[in-house]
Design a protein around this ligand. Structure first.
Ligand code: UDX
Ligand code: UDX
Length: 437
């Protein structure tokens, strides 16, 4: 099939490369010339495992082109996927300007007499498809165009997105046109996954509901971690015992400093807004968001309790600033938010992260912060080390060896990566989240 992707961010670039790998003829468009130049050279604007190799392969095989030329891109695709960003605006609702601009441009360059399906992959609030349709028609002006709109929400996780695209649990496609649904079905039917064909509004809502439910699971276990701290239970054991119930499942039950990233915070907030706009007070979601904020505060409380709120003579080592492991992404990273609070209290910080150092430096600058590529660098002469991102690399550190170069052997483990008993035996003062020490 001839496929066009608008927006080469995490979702667009990965989807484009994967579709090309499946044998389709793909053109990826972005308005950012710099990004397109990089992609053409085989240099990825984002870090994602296996992406560079995959893009190079499909470029070499002649099935993947990157461009800023809207006319060429739109004329190419029988399926046009909108994958531009949908950041939260100040009121917490999804900002759809990029989606509408893309829709207008698609209308402007769409060829008359050729049937096209325009699909939103970006996460958009329920009802957006009608506005996408309106914007396409507006862009087309007087020209006669033949198209349908569809929704095909994305469930990729950053860090494992290529694997996820090939091994999805399900595909969701929504449209009021059978022709469009059938074309999308033929794109995905080789995957060993059920395809949920539904109406547009349901498809749009599935994405928000899935993300909000996963965020709820995390906030739930985080709240349980607070009960654990107050009763002497251990949240890792509680989560294990709960998760073995197949109705609950073990995933997304890791207590820690809260969820972050470009999706969960924004999607939970946007779903809450959608319900309010429809005169429904979704109180459970308010609780999920509050619990997420509080979890960070409770973690910082452990620091204030030990050192007071003036950290000007204190030096901390920080393991991890990405919003989760496997990515260089620091958008809405709880780790970054905690780093800001520690610096705000006057602490001097040494930070390492296997992939996100450059993004972190761009965001935080170097006032009171030194960046270290080597893990060892953040242990030297520090008063404590913080684990803020769940990179497996931090699990396998030789803490006994590195503990010797610390000023004080103190660990704040915001991701419950380490075993409290082992750390205590090694002579560390250990602070986890809801752990029994
Ligand atoms: C995606 C989805 O689109 C978003 O809805 C979902 O909730 C999270 O994942 P992501 O791929 O992470 O967003 O976005 P981003 O990395 O910001 O990439 C968007 C790309 O679209 C950028 O490269 C930007 O330059 C491009 N863009 C933006 C356009 O090409 N045209 C525009 O009009 C606006
Ligand atoms: C999420 C969804 O999982 C994916 O389906 C959707 O397409 C995009 O949004 P992503 O944002 O890449 O993916 O990350 P995810 O792995 O879901 O983690 C989100 C946040 O939750 C991270 O900050 C992570 O550290 C945190 N988390 C996750 C926990 O705190 N505990 C857990 O048990 C799991």
């Amino acid at each position: 099939m001839k496929i066009t992707i608008i927006g080469t961010g995490y979702v667009g670039l990965v989807s484009g490369a994967v579709f090309a790998d499946w044998g389709h003829d793909v053109v990826c468009l972005d308005v950012d010339q710099e990004k397109i130049d990089m992609i053409k050279k085989g240099v990825m604007p984002i870090y994602e495992e296996g992406l560079e190799e995959l893009v190079k392969k499909v470029i070499d095989e002649g099935r993947f082109k990157a461009t800023t030329d809207y006319k060429m891109a739109v004329e190419h695709g029988e399926l046009i996927f909108i994958c531009v960003g949908t950041p939260s605006n100040q009121a917490g609702a999804a900002n759809l300007n990029y989606v509408f601009n893309a829709s207008k441009s698609i209308g402007k360059f769409m060829k008359s007499g050729e049937y096209t399906v325009v699909i939103t992959k970006s996460t958009v609030p329920v009802g957006t498809h009608q506005k996408v349709k309106k914007n396409i028609l507006e862009g087309a002006g007087k020209k006669k165009v033949d198209f349908d709109v569809a929704s095909n929400p994305e469930f990729l996780r950053e860090g494992t997105s290529i694997y996820d695209a090939n091994n999805t649990d399900r595909v969701v496609v929504g449209s009021d046109s059978d022709k469009a649904l059938n074309m999308l079905e033929s794109l995905y039917k080789h995957l060993n996954a059920p395809i949920v064909k539904t109406d547009l509004a349901s498809a749009e809502l599935i994405k928000y509901s899935a993300n909000a439910f996963l965020a709820t699971k995390i906030s739930f276990i985080n709240e349980i971690s607070q009960i654990c701290e107050r009763t002497g239970a251990d949240v890792v054991n509680v989560a294990k015992g709960m998760g073995l119930d197949s109705r609950i499942g073990p995933k997304f039950l890791n207590a820690g400093i809260g969820y972050g990233g470009s999706c969960f915070p924004k999607d939970v907030e946007a779903l809450y807004r959608t319900s309010s706009e429809n005169f429904y007070d979704f109180r459970l979601l308010r609780g999920v968001m509050d619990a997420n904020e509080r979890q960070k505060e409770y973690f910082l409380e452990k620091v204030w309790n030990k050192y007071g709120k003036n950290l000007s003579n204190i030096k901390f080592g920080i393991l991890g600033s990405a919003f989760k492991n496997g990515t260089d992404d620091t958008r809405k990273s709880v780790a970054v938010s905690i780093i800001k609070s520690l610096r705000g209290a006057g602490a001097n910080l040494l930070i390492t992260d296997p992939a996100a150092l450059s993004n972190t430096k761009n965001e935080l600058g170097d006032k009171h912060i030194n960046y270290s590529k080597k893990i060892e660098g953040v242990f030297k002469d520090v008063d404590a080390v913080f684990i803020l991102t769940e990179w497996p690399e931090f699990d396998s550190i030789d803490y006994e060896k590195f503990g010797k170069i610390m000023k004080k052997k103190v660990i704040f483990d915001g991701r419950n990566l380490l075993d409290p008993e082992t750390m205590t035996k090694l002579g560390f003062e250990y602070f986890g989240v809801g752990r029994k020490v």
